[in-house]
Write a protein that binds this ligand. Structure first.
Ligand code: ADP
Ligand code: MG
Length: 235
C-alpha cells in the first residue's frame, strides 16, 4: 500500500510537468522533421546512414513525448459503458500486423462476453497496447500470447496477458512502472508507468506474475463500477 501511494505521488508531479514540456517540444520537433526531409532530398552525397539515425532518434523523442502527454493532467476523460472484451479485440486487431511479422499468435478466452464495465475505452486501449507490445518485444522468436478476461470477486474484471518471454527477476518486479525504468537499448521506460496511472485512475490495480525462462503474466483488475460509484471513488 505504501509503495502504491509513493508511486502515485511521483506520477502526479511528473504529470503536471509533462503537459507543459511535451507541448513545448512538439512544435520545434515538427519544424526539425520538415527541414531534415528537405535537406535529405537536396543533398547530393549519400548521407543516408546519418539521415536514418536522425530520423530514428527523432521518432524516439516523439514516442517519449507521446507517452508523456498521456500523463498530462487535463485529459479529456470520456467514461462510458463499454464491453471490455471489445476494447481488447480492437487492440489485438490494431497489433495484428506487427504480431504476424514476428510470428506471434494471439489466443483469447473471454469467459463472460460481453463484459460491460464503466471505463475510458481509449485509455484502456493504450494500456493494452503498452502491455501487449512489451509481450511481443520479449518474444523475438515468436510464440503465443494468451489473453483472457473473467470476473474476479464479484466487483472486478480480471484481464490477463501472458507471454512466453524470458521472465522478470523477482527483485525487478517492483521497479515496473517506475519512470524511465527500462532494460531495453531503445526503450523509454514510460509505457508501464502510463499504464499503471491509467489503471489507478480507474480504481483498479495491476499484478505481475513471472517465472524466469517461462514467461510473464500481467493481470489487470478493473472495477465493474457504475457511474456514481466511480465519481465518488475518484474524489
Ligand atoms: P520499455 O518497454 O520502453 O522498456 P516499459 O515501461 O513498457 O518500458 O517496460 C519497462 C521494463 O519492464 C522493460 O524494459 C522490461 O525490462 C520490463 N518488462 C515489461 N514487460 C515485460 C515482459 N512482458 N516480460 C519481461 N520484461 C518486461
Ligand atoms: Mg514498453
Amino acid at each position: 500500500m505504501e509503495e502504491q501511494l509513493r508511486k502515485s505521488d511521483t506520477l502526479s508531479v511528473v504529470g503536471e510537468l509533462a503537459a507543459g514540456i511535451a507541448h513545448e517540444i512538439r512544435n520545434p520537433m515538427t519544424a526539425l522533421k520538415g527541414f531534415i526531409q528537405l535537406l535529405q532530398s537536396s543533398v547530393k552525397e549519400d548521407f543516408s546512414t546519418y539521415f536514418n539515425v536522425i530520423t530514428s532518434e527523432l521518432q524516439r523523442i516523439e514516442s517519449i513525448i507521446t507517452e508523456f502527454l498521456v500523463l498530462a493532467k487535463p485529459q479529456a476523460m470520456n467514461y462510458q459503458k463499454r464491453n471490455i472484451n471489445g476494447v481488447m479485440q480492437d487492440t489485438l486487431d490494431l497489433l495484428s500486423a506487427q504480431a504476424l511479422m514476428q510470428n506471434i499468435q494471439f489466443e483469447t478466452s473471454f469467459k463472460e462476453n460481453p463484459f460491460i464495465i464503466y471505463c475510458e475505452g481509449n485509455q484502456l486501449k493504450q494500456v493494452f497496447i503498452n502491455i501487449i507490445k512489451n509481450a511481443i518485444e520479449v518474444m523475438p522468436n515468436g510464440g503465443v500470447i494468451y489473453i483472457s478476461s473473467e470476473r474476479h470477486e464479484e466487483k472486478f474484471v480480471k484481464i490477463s496477458i501472458k507471454d512466453q518471454g524470458a521472465g522478470i527477476p523477482e527483485k525487478k518486479i517492483k521497479k515496473l512502472g517506475e519512470p524511465f525504468y527500462t532494460t531495453k537499448e531503445r526503450g523509454t521506460g514510460l509505457g508501464l508507468m502510463v499504464s499503471y496511472k491509467i489503471i489507478e485512475e480507474h480504481n483498479g490495480y495491476i499484478d505481475v506474475e513471472s517465472e524466469i525462462g517461462i514467461g510473464t503474466i500481467f493481470h489487470i483488475y478493473l472495477p465493474v463500477n457504475k457511474e456514481e460509484e466511480i465519481v465518488f471513488l475518484r474524489k
